[in-house]
Design a protein around this ligand. Structure first.
Ligand code: PLP
Length: 362
């Protein structure tokens, strides 16, 4: 039988010998629940941000939930969220008892459209700004509306803005260490804030056991095994940034133009989480998807139509035309440090072919 090249997955974590050793050391120590590695991971974040406070939790969703609570968001309040994002945002808003206000995104970089929020600014108590696939949301424009901003850095850890790590400017920032994220412990999450008020409220919730006064709380703790793995990966964050930027640049060069891809990631300060190509229409997108699949490359629709937050809430799709169009016309290509150079070349070659045969902008 013919020897076909191995299928290239859309994502695969790079687990180094150092990562394995870090986890093994925790196992060896006998302290495997929340312990010294969690405390050290929080200190790592405080160091990265040059101050403030941090609280590690079980997931990015838990971080969103607790950050909102720490920002005093609850029953009777309203939180703006971009529709082109993940259901975790909606879950967190609902779990604190608040009402979501779903907003469309910008067609160039897929981040929340501040202009669409202007008319609601007076009735919104907070906004979750997702740095979509590493592209930075316009935090200043949101703050200009006098709305407290929760920066969702689940897809942007390691990205910089004006010499500071992304997440520095809002009331608080949250992170995810899920398997497909830039640094991972399998699962896990983090809250960081400059004043410490949000992180300390989260910590108070997180320490659920052996409390003198009873308040119902979920166990949202992260383990030391996860923290050790995340810490090990954080130590090579600049290598991760360089590798991801390199792959992004190689793919970008094959498109010969900045058109046809998500904007906002070409800056050397950004850390690209994904490489998202835009096609003229659904038919072209599906044709390209088939080409990649035939070549043994797994590509995904980054956010399907049915996942758009306004659709979950049964809102009128006509009010969210950018997100509707993105869901129909985008594809995400493999972009992660575990890709071999030969894998990257294979993806890039198919991309060139797709550009010549399918994309409207050669
Ligand atoms: C933008 C964004 N926010 C929040 C989350 C939730 O993170 P987690 O999967 O760790 O709960 C994710 C990841 O799925 C995400 O991509």
């Amino acid at each position: 039988m013919e020897n076909l090249p191995a299928m290239i997955p859309h994502n695969r974590p790079l687990i180094t010998g150092a990562d394995k050793q870090a986890v093994a050391d925790v196992l060896e120590s006998g302290y495997i629940a929340q312990g010294p590695e969690i405390a050290a991971l929080e200190t790592d974040f405080i160091d990265i941000y040059g101050g403030g406070a941090a609280c590690a939790v079980s997931s990015g969703t838990a971080a969103l939930f607790l950050a909102l609570k720490g920002m005093k968001i609850g029953v009777g309040t309203s939180v703006a969220v971009p529709t082109y994002s993940c259901s975790s945002l909606l879950n967190a808003v609902h779990m604190v008892g608040a009402t979501p206000l779903v907003v469309d995104v910008r067609k160039d970089d897929f981040t929340i459209e501040a202009v669409a929020l202007e008319q609601h600014a007076k009735v919104v108590d907070a906004v979750i700004a997702v740095h979509s696939f590493g592209a930075r949301a316009d935090i200043a424009a949101l703050q200009h509306l006098n709305i407290p901003v929760l920066e969702d850095c689940c897809q942007s850890i390691g990205g910089m803005f004006k010499g500071r790590p992304m997440g520095s400017d809002g009331t608080s920032a949250v992170f995810s260490f899920y398997a497909s994220k830039i640094v991972t412990g399998g699962q896990g999450g983090m809250i960081w804030d400059r004043t410490g008020a949000v992180s300390e409220a989260a910590r108070d919730y997180r320490e659920f056991d052996c409390r003198e006064e009873y308040v119902p709380r979920f166990n949202l703790q992260m383990t030391d095994m996860q923290a050790a793995m995340v810490r090990s990966q954080l130590r090579r964050l600049s290598d991760i940034r360089a590798r991801r930027q390199k792959i992004h640049g190689i793919y970008r060069a094959r498109l010969n133009s900045s058109l046809g891809i998500q904007q906002g990631l070409e800056d050397k300060d950004r850390l690209p989480h994904r490489f998202v190509v835009r096609f003229p229409d659904l038919e072209a997108r599906e044709a390209a998807k088939r080409k990649f699949e035939v070549a043994g490359i797994t590509v995904i629709v980054p956010i399907e139509r049915y996942e758009l937050l306004h659709r979950y809430l049964g809102l009128d799709p006509d009010e969210f035309q950018v997100a509707e169009s993105l869901a129909d016309t985008t594809l995400s290509l493999p972009l992660y440090p575990a890709l071999q150079d030969s894998d990257i070349a294979r993806v890039a070659d198919v991309l060139s072919d797709v550009r010549k045969t399918i994309l409207a902008n050669p």
